[in-house]
Design a protein around this ligand. Sequence first.
Ligand code: HEC
Length: 119
Amino acid sequence: MKIEMHFVFLSWLVFATNVFAQVAHNPLTPTDITKAKNLASKYACLSCHAAERKLVGPAYRDIAAKYKAERDAAQKLAAKIRSGGGGVWGNLPMPANPNISPADLKIIVTWVLSGAPNK
Ligand code: HEC
């Protein structure tokens, strides 16, 4: 009986750990990802950024890696995208994007910080 209980507990633990790991790694549903990609295209982010390689601006994967441990990264990057600016990745500044709604910005930033998954 005691051994069985251990087994049940361990199975639960393994299951829960996997679920949490997945959520932490990618909090986005496929619908969120499609929305984010459409918005990134609509606001022309993709003319300067790609998920995996540097274009004019840094790769979204590199941005996600750089800010992985920063708790306030989402707010900070949302503000930077709205008002533009440079000096973090090089001398080239990003132009301001004052017309993005806070809701759209939140979707895009969550996607970027998840490494800009394609699906
Ligand atoms: C004209 C080119 C261009 C466009 C369009 C553009 N970016 Fe950028 N972006 C850049 C450059 C250049 C940088 C690097 C700025 C720096 O070094 O601080 C950058 C940096 C960033 C960063 C990281 C900021 C930091 O401080 O680390 C994020 C996030 C980002 N862009 C998202 C976006 C999103 C989302 C859009 C669309 C709404 C967008 N960018 C549109 C050129 C662009």
